[in-house]
Design a protein around this ligand. Structure first.
Ligand SMILES: Cc1cc2nc3c(=O)[nH]c(=O)nc-3n(C[C@H](O)[C@H](O)[C@H](O)COP(=O)(O)O)c2cc1C
Length: 373
């Protein structure tokens, strides 16, 4: 029996396109470094997803690159050619058969792409390196190349539709190419893609338009389109909370099915840009109102953390590390066993947790990334 307190987490939710989600908990996207070298999904990876698709209402996959020079990590699966469609379909149907909606997260890594993946030709909005990450100087994309990448997002969306996904999430967060264009730090362009705040919005909004155009043209059943963003950057100049309020105001008028905030701590407060002591998530929820549903995320380990998160007014929460640690997180709440939710990784249980080895190694070699390590 479900504990009454936690019933709100298990209520259904209807997205603007009419898709009904079975509950309020989604799996947040996580790169797993475990795809095959040819860009197809691996068996270990599929098994890892299936194990985590049985309780949540929606699984957002690891980010997948829309073009070869956008691959951000080794062991990442691709959505950049039609040859990838059978692999994409295999993952979508596995997630759906396990009971969740399948959402493909689509991205381009921009200046975060490792140089060896692209023979040294790392590209971005401008030739500004990410010094904090020790990255090399990228090459500024030409206008024609920018336009081609916008179309690549559309092509990846068409492949997601053909492969049977329920939707795509445009990855505009975590300092990858879309964010690089929105950021006054990494975008120093003087053409129509850079300069004023409004011009820095050109690339992200053009991608939304192109993805939606493709959905209109190819999808025969309702297809979810979400957008993920990071609200702030530490650099000066850099994205501030006030810039983000402009971005989300534009996005909220685009008929998207959800906005997904990328945060490590759900209740974190703004660094700068607004005179407001509330959490970022509350400010964002208030700004978008009922125009588009918001997914919040970040260190929601226990059922109680999740219940409190919903009191911020957002309708849905995302779990990432928590589902690595405990793939049965949602089922335990459904069964009134929320006290048994595990909140620290048991480092002896790789097999029981169905974790592909490259992901497991990335975690155990980076103490502090996932609790328990
Ligand atoms: C192993 C790992 C890989 C991640 N990969 C992605 C990714 O591909 N795309 C993305 O938007 N966020 C990615 N994230 C961020 C998560 O989606 C999430 O925002 C973050 O982990 C905070 O949520 P949590 O506290 O529930 O883990 C990743 C996080 C982890 C731990």
């Amino acid at each position: 029996m479900v504990n009454k307190k936690y019933e709100p987490l298990l209520e259904t939710f209807e997205l603007p396109n009419g898709t009904v989600l079975k509950n309020r908990v989604v799996m947040a996207p996580m790169t797993n470094f475990s795809s095959n070298a040819d860009g197809t999904v691996s068996d270990a990876e599929v098994s890892y997803y299936v194990r985590r698709s049985k309780g949540v209402s929606m699984v957002i996959t690891a980010c997948t690159y829309v073009t070869a020079n956008g691959q951000g990590f080794p062991g990442e699966f691709g959505a950049h050619t039609d040859e990838m469609i059978p692999s994409l379909r295999h993952l979508a149907s596995s997630i759906k058969e396990a009971g969740a909606k399948a959402i493909l997260q689509i991205f381009h890594g921009g200046r975060q792409v490792p140089a060896d993946i692209v023979n040294g030709d790392v590209v971005s909005a401008s030739n500004i390196p990410d010094e904090a990450e020790g990255k090399p100087v990228p090459r500024a994309l030409t206008e024609a190349e920018v336009e081609s990448i916008i179309r690549d997002f559309g092509e990846a969306t068409r492949r997601a539709i053909e492969a049977g996904y329920d939707g795509v999430e445009i990855h505009g967060a975590n300092t990858y190419l879309i964010q690089q264009f929105f950021s006054p730090h990494s975008n120093r362009r003087t053409d129509r893609f850079g300069g004023s705040l409004q011009k820095r919005l050109t690339f992200p909004l053009a991608i939304v338009d192109e993805v939606q155009r493709v959905v209109k043209e190819y999808a025969k059943v309702p297809f979810i389109v979400g957008y993920r963003f990071s609200p702030e950057e530490p650099e000066t100049p850099g994205i501030t909370m006030s810039d983000t309020l402009v971005l989300i105001d534009e996005l909220a008028n685009k008929n998207l099915d959800y906005l997904h905030v990328s945060l490590m701590d759900f209740w974190s407060t703004p660094r700068r840009g607004v005179d407001d002591t509330r959490s970022r998530i509350e400010i964002i929820q208030e700004a978008v109102g009922d125009r588009v549903p918001v997914i919040g995320v970040g260190s929601i380990y226990s059922a109680e953390d999740a219940r409190k998160a919903l009191t911020s007014g957002i309708p849905m929460i995302g779990l990432a590390r928590e589902l690595l640690i405990d793939p049965d997180w949602v089922q335990k709440i459904e069964q009134g066993r929320e006290e048994e939710i595990v909140t620290k990784l048991n480092v002896d249980k790789q097999q029981e947790l169905d974790m592909p080895t490259p992901l497991w190694q990335a975690i155990v070699n980076a103490p502090g990334w996932v609790p328990g390590v």
